[in-house]
Design a binder for this molecule. Structure first.
Ligand SMILES: [Zn+2]
Length: 473
């Protein structure tokens, strides 16, 4: 006591932080810190991580809770206030739309410049750029020439040029989805990969299905030396997921810059009018059509209802994967957790609201933060956190220096922090009720400001900022 007082006198008045998080179990994959600490935040950054007592103008009692870096989602299609709110309740502090992306990067960021609930960012998307160049009338996905017409050499040149412009405007990276653009020739895809290689930008690709689809993407990356990120390996791989993870592992061992991601659900969801659905199910036998579920009614589709809903349009649930394959994907040390959040017109896939809580609640082997190591089918809690924080930050940081300040708990890092109860955290959303928020995510802090407190969304706050690559000279 006396020594403490003397020390305080010697150092002057102890600092009062904007906000302090006291007594939480701090888990930081970058530093491997895995112990009880107090954290002080000032000016949107982490100012101190300490065992000493500290004070702040605002105090969060984190005793019994895990304090982790805020989760970073590389694959979040919903980019609206409604979906940012969902993501925040699932512990996400940065949500990036990197697969579909946009055709107009400057406009995309301008629309959000007043601030959002969480941090946001976008890629320059080959699908969207191709829709613009081919004058496709689709709203979200190509439905006409953007999907089904081969581009002329001049159009391929224009596509590449627009991709480069998007990067100059600060796009986080490049997005592509080969099954959505089936008429894109190898020449066209090579042109897009060359843009990625020239600018050292990762290209996030929704590959064609299975091992063959992965080999195609790896060959394009190999030929051009583009950094490659394979999105949702679980839904691209299905039963071939283990073989595909081995291929990625081998490519990495051979020195290729290849990464991948997964979401923890055995059904996918996409627009019924998109080429990915129409190309497969238009001529499929009835038992294949029954893989499709119509979310508003929960009905499995048949030929008649498939045709009917294809005319009206809307999201459809696709039941094609198995839980063992999802578990293989989620527990692999190679995968980043990314939601592929999908939400439109008030409905969507439960992964929009539950991905991160679901991994923490259902795929972590030892749900208390003890260093007991792997067990059963699950991953260690520290490894699960790494897949949601450090790994996605590191994927982006060569192109986006701002990401070096995210995904870690260290002095000077952005105060993006997720605080959860490791014993209780669990998703609740389902295909019938996709908007239900998870339980156990207690506090979510974005740039030093709470957007979730006591498990509830804080209303009227917009501390989220643009995540954007530095503009090339
Ligand atoms: Zn996709």
């Amino acid at each position: 006591m006396i020594i403490g007082l003397l020390l305080a006198l010697q150092l002057g008045t102890p600092p009062v932080y904007d906000r302090v998080i006291l007594g939480g179990h701090v888990m930081d994959p970058a530093s491997k810190l895995d112990a009880v600490r107090n954290i002080g935040l000032t000016g949107g950054r982490i100012a101190i991580i300490t065992t000493r007592a500290i004070q702040g103008r605002d105090t969060i009692d984190a005793h019994g809770l895990v304090v982790a870096p805020g989760f970073i989602d590389l694959h979040a299609h919903g980019q609206t206030p409604e979906t940012y709110r969902f993501y925040s309740l699932d512990g996400v502090t940065t949500a990036l739309e990197l697969e579909l992306g946009t055709a107009d990067v400057a406009a995309w960021y301008r629309e959000r410049s007043a601030g959002e609930r969480i941090n946001y960012g976008v890629s320059i998307g080959h699908i969207k750029v191709r829709m613009a160049v081919m004058h496709d009338p689709g709203t979200r996905m190509p439905v006409s020439d953007g999907a089904y017409r081969a581009a002329s050499p001049a159009q391929i040149g224009e596509i590449a040029q627009r991709m480069e412009m998007g990067l100059r405007e600060g796009a986080v990276d490049i997005g592509a989805g080969f099954p959505y653009t089936p008429a894109a020739t190898r020449e066209e895809l090579l042109a897009v990969f060359r843009v990625a290689a020239k600018t050292k930008t990762p290209i996030h690709v929704h590959i064609r299905p299975g091992v063959d689809g992965l080999k195609e993407a790896l060959a394009l990356a190999d030929e051009t030396h583009a950094p490659l990120h394979v999105v949702h390996i679980n839904s691209a791989g299905l039963a071939e997921t283990p073989a595909m993870l081995e291929l990625i592992s081998a490519a990495r061992a051979a020195g290729h810059d290849v990464t991948t991601e997964a979401y923890p659900y055995d059904a996918g969801m996409t627009e019924i009018q998109s080429a990915t659905i129409q190309d497969v199910y238009k001529t499929a036998p009835d038992e294949r059509v029954a893989e499709l579920e119509w979310p508003p009614t929960g009905e499995r589709l048949n030929r008649e209802s498939f045709e009917r809903y294809s005319r009206s349009g809307g999201p459809v649930v696709v039941h094609t994967n198995t839980e063992p394959m999802v578990a293989v994907a989620i527990t692999s040390p190679l995968t980043i957790i990314a939601s592929d959040a999908y939400w439109q017109d008030g409905t969507g896939h439960p992964r929009t609201t539950g991905t991160f809580a679901r991994v923490l609640g259902r795929y972590v082997a030892h749900r208390s933060p003890s260093p007991e190591g792997r067990g059963g089918q699950g991953v260690r809690l520290m490894d699960a956190i790494r897949k949601m924080t450090l790994m996605p930050a590191q994927r982006l940081e060569p192109r986006v220096p701002a990401m070096r300040q995210k995904g870690r708990l260290r002095v000077g890092a952005d105060a993006d922090i997720t605080i959860f109860d490791a014993r209780k955290v669990l998703d609740r959303s389902t295909y019938r009720e996709p908007s239900l928020a998870p339980v156990g995510i207690q506090y979510v802090i974005v740039n030093g400001v709470s957007v979730v407190a006591n498990g509830q969304a804080v209303e009227g706050v917009a501390p989220g900022r643009a995540v954007r690559a530095v503009q090339a000279p």
